[in-house]
Design a protein around this ligand. Sequence first.
Ligand code: AMP
Length: 178
Amino acid sequence: MAASAIDTITGLIRDIPDFPEPGIVFKDITPLLGDPTGLAITVDALASPWADLGIEAVIGIEARGFILGAPVALALGAGFVPMRKAGKLPAPTTSATYGLEYGVDTIEMHLDAIGSGTRTLVIDDVLATGGTAAAAASLVGEVGGELVGYGFLIELEFLSGRRKIDEHRIETVMTVSG
Ligand code: AMP
């Protein structure tokens, strides 16, 4: 991606200190989502590494992964699958519980969302400790899907999340080193 595109994206993400808890610097992507150019280049940057790799399903993790994952699915000619917080999905689910940078959480996916062998990409806004992404991989594995890789807008490198998921390909648009 062109350096100017990275600059545009970086300039539209703001740090919110002490949200949602003291000590957390929250990466707020709402200015980026609200900017027509920023949104377009973000979706392109997330989708382009996976073009022509036969991605059939894009998983978006609640909630910002929904916003980014759906247009990435469209760009790749794939379907979209929501991975949601506990109790939100209406049909039978499989679930995984994991630790977060702040707290503990459970994510769920519909049991019939991904068929056996479906080539799947997971999209989220931030790779922090990697717990969410690792949980997503376990759910894809449980239903027999083939996890091709992960795409993140922001990697918080200092939290070393990629160590939990580095058996899969990982593509990140920007990295925050400290
Ligand atoms: P983790 O499981 O620790 O990799 O956390 C990833 C999830 O938590 C993603 O869905 C992010 O949206 C969210 N998240 C974690 N840390 C941050 C942060 N500093 N800023 C924004 N979102 C975050």
